[in-house]
Design a protein around this ligand. Structure first.
Ligand SMILES: Nc1ncnc2c1ncn2[C@@H]1O[C@H](COP(=O)(O)OP(=O)(O)OP(=O)(O)O)[C@@H](O)[C@H]1O
Ligand SMILES: [Mg+2]
Length: 318
């Protein structure tokens, strides 16, 4: 297969592969793309890959973070302004939409775009016209828009915090990146790859994770997703270079099991779960916590010792 801009995005899990397949198709068009996903799932990386895989690859890719600018400045940053358009506008300023002409403008954290500017952005998306503040004339600009957010935009529409018309206009091709905890086959590949890369970068031998550490990490829910995993790998490469890492050497937050943290009712995940696997996992956790003491493990699980032994046999746990 021909190498593509998407190759640097690691992962083979079904949920991730589906998004990449759709991204490869839409990249070749000029369609507006909305990238959704939790923080750290790779939205900006995907936006960049979309641009690089597009006909616009040789032109500019300009990112702008809608949350980083105060409300008064966002409109001017996007659309530009004429000299004297408002107090303090001492020179003419070209907006980012225009600066990205022929290329791609990446509107990061689009959920934070002020309502007033949302109307103007919608107008641009529908007509391709960009009107700098203080200008009487609108100009046609050929800029492709890719937007991203970790907010639930639909819910923001319901709460009247985001314009419905803009939402539907952006949502033509949504690409939703899965959370790392939904990418079961990927996290270990990412862990090993990041560890290799970062060890080379810092010029030190990589740490080696043993089975107990890998098992514990597999249980962790990675709320910060790929960014958190990468930062974790970097910390371990620096502090535990060349060492064998067992579960006990992992940072404290990774030792807490998500189940143990649940003090509310257990909620069945949307995609369902495997009850036998969950049972096996809980038994293993109880045994690990009690250093293999079956009586104590049974107590932790609310079972009699005999029932625990029976279930251990069922799951072929030694
Ligand atoms: N599939 C991937 N393969 C390798 N590295 C990745 C992948 N996805 C993301 N990363 C890395 O993870 C980190 C976070 O990615 P990125 O900044 O694109 O996430 P994000 O979704 O934009 O996060 P946020 O919502 O916090 O802005 C970066 O260091 C990025 O290089
Ligand atoms: Mg981002």
């Amino acid at each position: 297969m021909k190498p593509t801009a998407f190759d640097s995005l690691l992962g083979h899990s079904a949920a991730f592969a589906t998004v990449i397949r759709a991204a490869q198709i839409v990249a070749l068009t000029d369609a507006t793309v909305l990238i959704l996903g939790e923080s750290g799932t790779g939205k900006e990386r995907l936006a960049h890959a979309l641009h690089q895989h597009s006909r616009r690859a040789e032109q500019a890719f300009i990112p702008i973070n809608c949350a980083a600018l105060p409300e008064q400045l966002v409109e001017s940053a996007l659309f530009g302004h004429k000299r004297g358009a408002f107090t303090g506008a001492t020179t003419h300023q070209t907006g980012r939409i225009q600066a990205a002409a022929g290329g791609t403008l990446f509107l990061d954290e689009i959920g934070e775009l002020p309502l007033t500017v949302q109307a103007k952005l919608l107008r641009f998306l529908e007509s391709g016209e960009c009107q700098p503040i203080g200008s009487v004339q609108a100009e046609k600009v050929n800029t492709r828009i890719i937007a991203a957010t970790n907010r639930d935009l639909y819910q923001m529409v319901q709460a009247k915090q985001f314009r419905a018309d803009l939402y539907y206009r952006l949502n033509i091709v949504p690409l939703t990146l899965p959370a790392l905890r939904e990418r079961e086959q990927d996290w270990e590949l990412l862990l090993q790859q990041f560890t290799r890369e970062l060890a080379a970068q810092h010029q030190c031998p990589p740490p080696i994770y043993d089975r107990s550490a890998l098992k514990q990490l597999k249980r962790y829910t990675w709320p910060g997703n790929i960014r958190e995993l990468r930062n974790f790998c970097e910390r371990m490469v620096i502090l535990d270079s060349g060492q064998h890492i067992a579960a006990e050497q992992l940072p404290a937050e990774m030792l807490a099991t998500p189940m143990a943290e649940l003090n509310t009712e257990f909620v069945l995940p949307e995609q369902g779960l495997s009850l036998p696997e969950l049972e096996k996992d809980l038994i293993l956790q109880a045994l690990q916590k009690t250093n293999g003491n079956r009586t104590q493990a049974a107590r932790l699980l609310g079972l009699s010792r005999d029932t625990l032994l029976y279930r251990m046999k069922k799951h072929t746990i030694e």
